[in-house]
Ligand binder design. Structure first.
Ligand code: NAD
Ligand code: 6OD
Length: 485
């Protein structure tokens, strides 16, 4: 495959950056792209272009504006195979997962938010006035303005469009930075924006890193009206500091240390398959992945052995091979981090049920960032491997006796993103799900979601909720209009 050149997209034109950095394929270590890093001047130019484009974009009829969003969705689908190849090249994820999840959701995000924008109603109240007449109050929603979007590498197109789509649907213009680790599909989206004739300056793309690079230049820019960010909790904290002097709003979707609770009355096979999927999907690199599994004691040993069998069945193949069920981690740097937790787990007293290291293939995959799916048992609840997000294909499985104990164990974390409850007792399912201190609780499933529902977490997992109408809270500013009648 030839090496690509990826540029910034500013004011409707592709532009070189101040220097380039290399993007390697995590499945085999090959150079796949040279990426133009935006300097401060280019971020300034992108913000200025977004500011110039804002009045016309915000004033456009909802029908006309959302027609562009449908066109972007159609454009992604027209170039589905380009997006698929680019996403797989950047991440090493299995083709089956990217074909079913990443690329379709890139298009679906635009359609879902276009639909929400087209069907919005307005909050209104009729109030009695002291002189016996009435007043009509209505909350008129205006776009927030120029929105800074910063996204991570694990579901690159899905999470990039998850922020760009609502911003555009509700009349904002955007300066967006994908992760430096996965710059390709965002660049393809810029090409699609050009192809569908999106007005220049409405969507601007800058490449680069966080500190002292495009990420920081966006978040510290005084003409940005707010920042929506998905990534690590520590990065969220740095961004909060960066926007504090301007008192800018933020929307944060951050890390997780998600629990699965498996009750003895669960459908055993369904729970085993569901838990294994929630631990190992996308090589454990989904913020919603399960890293802590609590299993009711009577089925504990059998459950551990069954999940071990699922882990050992995973096919660590080449990403484009349809038989592959687990690709490499996203980079060698990230593998070093995950491996450091594997060493730490042993130091902290874990029993390694399966995995724990790097697989050997005897072919080009040995240059990739592959890692073994790993299960631990026996750690104390105070262990760092129980408390800290690993973001790899690992979980710890521990027993519990009572429902109260299971709830307490699941909630004993500073994160608050997601949890899954496995039980055939649906009354218990509702009760336990409602007791989870998380933004998303599943019963007998994982990763299923209607795009109209609120998404996000509490504690170290984030600030605010996005999704459907909930996205209005960040992407629009209401003006209450009160009319005396
Ligand atoms: P990261 O925080 O390292 O990077 C995310 C983005 O922030 C990248 O574009 C990066 O360049 C940028 N960035 C880094 N430092 C910055 C700074 N100081 N100022 C401005 N921008 C900066 O995260 P990652 O490693 O790309 O992604 C993995 C993390 O993201 C995990 O913790 C995962 O749980 C989390 N995540 C959360 C969700 C969610 O919805 N809650 C979704 C996906 C990923
Ligand atoms: O499904 C979504 O909308 C979403 N934001 C998923 C996030 C996954 C985290 O890695």
């Amino acid at each position: 495959m030839s090496t690509k050149t990826l540029r910034n997209f500013i004011g409707g034109r592709f532009e070189d950056g101040i220097r380039t950095f290399d993007k390697l394929n995590p499945a085999n270590g090959e150079l796949i792209a040279r990426v133009h890093e935006a300097g401060r001047d280019q971020v300034d130019a992108a913000v200025a272009a977004a500011r110039r484009a804002l009045p016309a974009w915000a004033a456009m009829s909802v029908k006309q504006r959302t027609d562009y969003l449908y066109a972007l969705a159609d454009g992604i689908e027209r170039r589905f195979d380009d997006f698929l190849e680019a996403e797989i090249g950047d991440t090493g994820k299995p083709v089956g997962w990217a074909r079913q999840i990443d690329i379709p959701r890139g298009a679906a995000n635009f359609r879902a938010f276009a639909e929400i924008a087209r069907t919005l109603d307005m909050e209104s109240y009729m109030t009695d006035t002291p002189d016996g007449r009435q007043a009509l109050n209505y909350a008129y929603r205006k776009p927030l303005g120029v929105v800074g979007v910063i996204s991570p590498w694990n579901l690159p197109l899905l999470l990039f469009t998850w922020k760009v789509a609502p911003a555009l649907a509700f009349g904002n213009t955007v300066v967006a930075k994908p992760s430096e680790v996965t710059p390709s599909t965002a660049t393809l989206l810029a090409e699609v924006a050009m192809e569908v004739g999106l007005p220049e300056g409405v969507f601007n793309l800058v490449h680069g890193f966080g500190p002292n690079s495009a990420g920081e230049f966006i978040t510290t820019h005084e003409d940005i009206d707010g920042v929506t960010f998905t990534g690590e909790s520590a990065t969220g904290a740095a961004i909060m500091k960066a926007v504090a002097p301007g008192v800018k709003p933020v929307s944060f979707e951050l890390g997780g240390k998600n629990a699965a609770l498996v009750f003895e009355d669960a459908d055993f096979d369904q729970a085993v398959a569901g838990v294994a999927n929630s631990v190992f999907a996308n090589c454990g690199q989904v913020c919603l992945c399960t890293e802590r599994v609590y299993v009711q004691r009577p089925i504990f040993d059998r459950f551990v052995q069954a999940v071990k069998r699922e882990a050992e069945k995973l096919v660590l193949g080449r990403p484009m091979d349809p038989a592959t069920t687990m690709g490499p981690l996203v980079s060698h740097e990230h593998r070093e981090k995950v491996l450091s937790y594997m060493r730490l787990a042993v130091e902290e007293g874990a029993t390694v049920v399966t995995g724990g290291g790097v697989p050997q293939f005897g072919d080009e995959r040995d240059n990739g960032a592959y890692i073994q799916p790993t299960i631990w048992t026996g750690l104390p609840e105070t262990a760092r491997c129980i408390k800290e997000e690993v973001f790899g294909p690992v979980c710890h499985i521990a027993p519990f006796d009572t429902e109260e104990e299971a709830i307490a164990l699941a909630n004993d974390t500073k994160y608050g993103l997601a949890a899954a409850v496995w039980t055939t007792n649906l009354v218990r399912g509702h009760r336990v799900a409602q007791a989870m201190q998380v933004g998303l609780a599943w019963v007998n499933c994982w990763f299923l979601r209607d795009l109209r529902t609120p998404f996000g977490g509490s504690g170290l997992s984030g600030i605010g909720r996005e999704g459907g109408r909930h996205s209005l809270h960040f992407y629009t500013e209401p003006t209450n209009v009160c009319v005396k009648l």
